[in-house]
Design a binder for this molecule. Structure first.
Ligand code: NAD
Length: 354
């Protein structure tokens, strides 16, 4: 299994080192890995004058999966936009046609205090948002700002989905539901938008191929409310690009701990790029203070969704759970009565728990 490892900037290399330790610890148990490193983001700009160097893209194309740390840093903020680290990330997603974004929101009961919501509402939360990533209002044409017939400036964007775009992401959502608790809630705004009407029809059609999955539908405004009222009612949420952008950030904040959440972006063949949802955290970079668990959990997602090694993914997730239960905490999730450790020690603790 060829994995392209793109550590990136800031805490990226530190958290990546821990995830690699964990992958190496499970390697050889029916899973032989070949890791190939390349630069992306600011590191790509420094090495090759481009946040997505040609060599990195070539390596990513040839790999079965990509594991990414994080990109960005103050020293790159004054570069022209195409040279900024974040552009490397947007470009690689587009180049590889990664159209399905998986954002789990999971909260271990021991970390329930980290949430701004009442512990009983969020403790044990475990939901997955599947967001379409390459279409919808963000890409629809026509778009622009023009002067209208009244001589007033007017901005406009177009919400668009084709049947095939909805169908392929619906398949991914339904397949993920099959691997979880077999419940899928499709979120749209079919009471107002034609795009959503079509979305709903195609999801219903596609779901017929997955009779075991319990399908429901919810309007996005209600979903936003239900996520803070009773988030544990959800298993998998399937939604479009703009609604998913908003709901996935809302869901991640239910857990209150940005250092704990991984993510995946998949293509048609289940090739994927796996990355923590946090950024490069320049404020703590180089201090051995970052929480590597989001990246370690991203590596577990890679085993589950690209390589279909569910048992190994379970082992890594259980090792993380055990480490948390043992009271080991990086600074971001540390509370009185628990033991504060650094980034490398957290990586070692997960390997020991494995
Ligand atoms: P950030 O996620 O880097 O940091 C936000 C806060 O969370 C900081 O206080 C940071 O110390 C803390 N934090 C983040 N990850 C942590 C971890 N693993 N362990 C402990 N604490 C952690 O977001 P930001 O500060 O808005 O952005 C910093 C840089 O990262 C910017 O250049 C931004 O563009 C970039 N960024 C990159 C990505 C990405 O690579 N996917 C995502 C978001 C932001």
């Amino acid at each position: 299994m060829k994995i392209a490892v793109l550590p990136g900037d800031g805490i990226g290399p530190e958290v990546m080192e821990q995830a690699v330790k964990v992958l190496q610890a499970v390697s050889g148990q029916g899973f032989e890995i070949e890791l190939q490193y390349a630069a992306i983001g600011g590191a790509g700009y420094d090495a090759a004058g481009d946040p997505l160097p040609a060599a990195t893209l070539k390596l990513a194309r040839a790999a079965d999966a990509i594991l990414l740390g994080a990109v960005g840093g103050f020293k790159y903020d004054s570069l022209p936009r195409p040279m900024r680290p974040e552009q490397g990330l947007l470009r690689i997603r587009k180049e590889l046609n990664l159209f399905a974004n998986l954002r789990p929101a999971q909260l271990y009961p021991e970390l329930a205090d980290a949430s701004t919501l009442k512990p009983e509402v969020v403790a044990g939360l475990d939901l997955m948002i599947v967001r379409e990533l390459t279409s919808d209002l963000y890409f629809g044409q026509p778009r622009g700002i023009h002067v209208n017939a009244d001589g007033e400036r007017e901005g406009y964007n177009t919400m668009r989905y084709t049947e095939s775009e909805v169908r392929r992401v619906a398949h991914i959502g339904l397949q993920i539901a099959m691997k979880r608790n077999k419940k899928l809630c499709s979120v749209e705004k079919a009471n107002v938008l034609e795009t959503s009407e079509l979305w709903r029809e195609v999801v219903i059609e596609t779901a017929k191929q997955y009779p075991e999955v319990e399908l429901s539908h919810m309007y996005v405004d209600n979903a936003a409310m239900q996520l803070v009222r009773n988030p544990k009612q959800f298993d998998v949420i399937l939604t479009g690009n703009i609604f998913g952008d908003i709901l996935s950030d809302e869901a991640s904040m239910l857990t209150g701990s940005i250092g704990m959440l991984g993510s995946a972006s998949l293509d048609q063949n289940r090739k994927g790029m796996y990355e923590p949802i946090h950024g490069s955290a320049p404020d703590i970079a180089g201090k051995d203070a970052a929480n590597p668990l989001a990246t370690i959990l991203s590596a577990a997602m890679m085993l589950r969704y690209t390589f279909a090694h569910d048992a190994l993914a379970d082992r890594i997730e259980n090792a993380v759970r055990k480490t948390i239960s043992a009271g080991l905490r990086t600074a971001d999730i540390h509370t009185p009565g628990t033991t504060r450790i650094g980034c490398a020690a957290m990586g070692d603790a997960v390997v020991a728990a494995l």
